[in-house]
Design a protein around this ligand. Structure first.
Ligand code: BG6
Length: 487
């Protein structure tokens, strides 16, 4: 960091929502505690809820009890943080209700202003219009848009148009919190901070890549959103494609936002489209049925509260795709995500090719494998062959751990912590640019289109398993198996 911290007003629209209370406030607290927020920075919560400041602070206290360990909240740190917070009631659609916000912001016209829209994307355009009409958008302002932006290419395009009628693209920070995760950052440093990985990072040496984001939770309290979204739009269009971009992009000449995003965009543009019958062959969709988690019964997706009884929404997707360029020719990328799977685990596996020839007789030499694990723990492991100590030439698997050094840190910053600081300081590298976002929607669209035309149902899987059997077959057909969930 080093540079002088800038004073700011951080406005959270949708301040009483789950994301704000569970993630954003917590992230701002830790950064405040660790001295990364300028002393005069304010956090202004806004939502429709009729609350006063004390009422809002009470909600924050309640959420903190659940999500921030007591030993991390020393009274002096916590009260210093709460002193920054204020709250105002306003209706996103009604510009006349923004009076208190106008008053508060006009106290410091020169400050950095971050408008974090922690709302559904249908509200983005109306909010931006009000901010614009009320003259609240200064050159030092930025707007942060939560994902998903839109529901398909057309709606994403429309929202972008309307937001960009009020803000410049350089002021728009579309967040994808997977880009703020520590191992994803570390992957960039491993790739571009070492000569050895980059020189092996292509189809000559890499057999295939897997990306798994498996959740053990079900749809929880988000049925209203999830049931008309599904796993492909909720997870693949954003998080999984962004991870794929970081793995597959060419080395950018610098970390400059547009330079990095140009490279990511090239990856999405080179993704082989999956359309028509290919969707049936290369994409598996599933929906969870009743099962048990830790011995306790859990309902089928269609029995979850708020989900339509006949819902065809997919809670699981697995797919196989290719990147049609020189670096990745013929290297399959297998992507998989789902809810109510057997374990909470997210990882990227870069599987290298087999050793071309063994000089060690019968000894099995494992192919090298780089595993970037995002959850439940954050770690990077490299599987190599090594020698067993002794007189013979016994070969054994050797797992090297390449994690970031966490000694002396009582808390590894969560993805939102890094991204919120970046938004305040105006660093856009880890945020998604409009063209990238629209290209990702464009790639997804033939898949949703095929499903819509076919009208079939997702395949069933029992809750707490690894998804439909077809997901395993997708790899078995290529004589491969998923790294997690195949044992
Ligand atoms: C969100 C999705 O973007 O990411 C959720 O909308 C999902 O459905 C969540 O549960 C997963 O995030 P994380 O950081 O817990 O893996």
């Amino acid at each position: 960091m080093g540079a002088e911290l800038q004073d700011f007003d951080f406005v959270i629209v949708g301040a009483t929502g789950d994301l704000a209370l569970r993630k954003l406030i917590k992230a701002l607290y830790y950064r405040c505690r660790d001295g990364q927020l300028a002393g005069n920075g304010r956090i202004l919560g806004a939502s429709r809820a009729e609350l006063d400041r004390d009422g809002y602070i009470a909600l924050i206290e309640e959420a903190a009890e659940k999500h921030i360990p007591a030993e991390h909240r020393r009274p002096e740190d916590w009260s210093r943080f709460l002193a920054r917070i204020d709250y105002m009631t306003m209706d996103a659609f009604d510009c006349a209700s923004y009076g208190e916000l106008v008053k508060r912001l006009s106290e410091f016209p020169g400050r950095v202003r971050v408008f974090y829209l922690s709302t559904g994307s249908k509200l983005f355009a109306p909010i931006c219009r009000c901010l614009h009409e009320l003259d609240l958008i200064t050159p030092q302002s930025r707007v942060v848009l939560e994902k998903p932006v839109g529901h398909d290419l057309e709606s994403a395009h429309e929202i972008n148009q309307q937001v960009l009628a009020c803000f410049d693209e350089a002021q728009v920070f579309r967040i994808d919190h997977y880009l703020g995760k520590e191992p994803v950052q570390n992957l960039m440093v491993l790739r571009f901070g070492n000569t050895m990985f980059e020189s092996l990072w292509h189809q000559t040496y890499i057999d295939h890549i897997q990306i798994t984001v498996a959740e053990s939770l079900g749809v929880e309290s988000r049925a209203a959103f999830y049931d008309h979204t599904g796993a492909l739009r909720d997870m693949v269009q954003s998080h999984l494609l962004q991870l794929l971009c970081i793995i597959a992009m060419e080395p950018p000449p610098s970390i400059d936002p547009n330079v990095v995003r140009d490279e990511k965009l090239k990856v999405i543009r080179a993704l082989r489209p999956i359309a028509g019958r290919d969707v049936d062959n290369y994409v598996v969709r599933g929906q969870y049925q009743a099962g048990a988690v830790d011995g306790k019964p859990v309902p089928a997706y269609v029995r979850e509260s708020g989900v339509e009884a006949q819902s065809k929404t997919e809670t699981f997707v697995a797919l196989k795709t290719y990147i049609d360029n020189w670096r990745w020719a013929k290297v399959p990328f297998y992507l998989r995500t789902g809810k109510r799977l057997a374990k909470q685990v997210s990882e990227i596996v870069v599987q290298f090719k087999d050793v071309p020839h063994s000089i060690f007789g019968e000894a099995e030499l494992p192919a090298n494998r780089l595993t970037i694990r995002l959850q439940p723990s954050e770690e990077i492991g490299l599987l190599l062959s090594g020698k067993r100590v002794g007189t013979g030439m016994d070969v054994r698997d050797l797992e090297l751990h390449l994690d970031a050094d966490q000694r002396g840190i009582d808390h590894v910053p969560d993805a939102y912590e890094r991204l919120l600081i970046d938004a305040i300081e105006g660093r856009a590298t880890l945020f998604v640019r409009r063209d990238e976002l629209e290209a990702a929607w464009g790639w997804i669209e033939p898949i949703t289109e095929r499903w819509r035309k076919q009208g079939g149902r997702p395949e069933s899987y029992v809750a707490s398993t690894w998804g439909p059997t077809a997901a395993a077959s997708l790899l078995a057909r290529d004589n491969r198996e998923w790294d997690v969930g195949s044992d």
